[in-house]
Design a protein around this ligand. Structure first.
Ligand code: ZN
Length: 198
């Protein structure tokens, strides 16, 4: 039986499609919005619309940005000859939070997974290879230590090493199957500092 009005039900349904939001949380969020000042609800709606329509991939590193080239790629303070390869923008943010890495990034937007039918062409690998035509000293592979992350690391190593570019892999300390975004900063820094040459 529909005991909510159509508009409330729709809002609950939209919230419950978000990752990690169950039916109960969706209802709580919906009622929070409905009871909030009108301007707050409008501001949220506008933020969602703007972010969705203005945010796209950086032309160089493929991270999400609202500019053509993201702030890290356009920074002259960063070492553009050192590229850290991560699976997604959240992992990149995790490394940025430590504030100790001065190179640039490449965001793959996924990892190779034969089981899920995700191949090398489904992630932003071609874009990485194109970047390696420029002067690059080191490619740091910082994919997750999951099966997919390791498969991706091996694949990238095979492509990059023949180019004569140094390839390193972030060290252990990042737990097997652990998502980089959930790891504390000390462990993350240790993993970066202790990276091994492949
Ligand atoms: Zn960029």
């Amino acid at each position: 039986m529909e005991y909510f009005s159509k508009d409330i039900s729709r809002l609950v349904a939209e919230f419950s499609r978000l990752p990690g939001v169950g039916q109960k949380s969706a209802q709580r969020l919906a009622f929070h919005i409905i009871n909030a000042p009108k301007e707050q609800a409008e501001s949220l709606a506008e933020a969602i619309t703007n972010a969705r329509s203005n945010v796209h991939y950086c032309k160089i590193c493929c991270t999400l940005t609202d500019q053509d080239i993201c702030p890290i790629c356009s920074s002259e303070e960063r070492n553009h000859r050192q590229i850290m390869v991560v699976e997604n923008t959240r992992d990149m943010s995790a490394y940025e939070r430590i504030g100790k890495y001065n190179g640039v990034y490449h965001v793959l937007h996924g990892a190779i997974s034969p089981m899920l039918g995700i191949g090398p062409d489904d992630i932003r690998l071609k874009e990485l290879m194109a970047r390696l035509q420029n002067d690059v000293d080191e490619v740091i592979i910082a994919t997750n230590s999951s099966l997919e992350g390791e498969t991706t690391a091996t694949y990238i190593t095979k492509l990059v090493k023949p180019l004569g570019i140094k390839v390193t892999r972030i060290a252990s300390g990042v737990p097997v199957g652990g998502d980089i975004e959930n790891i504390d900063e000390v462990t993350l820094l240790r993993a970066l500092d202790g990276r091994i040459t492949l």
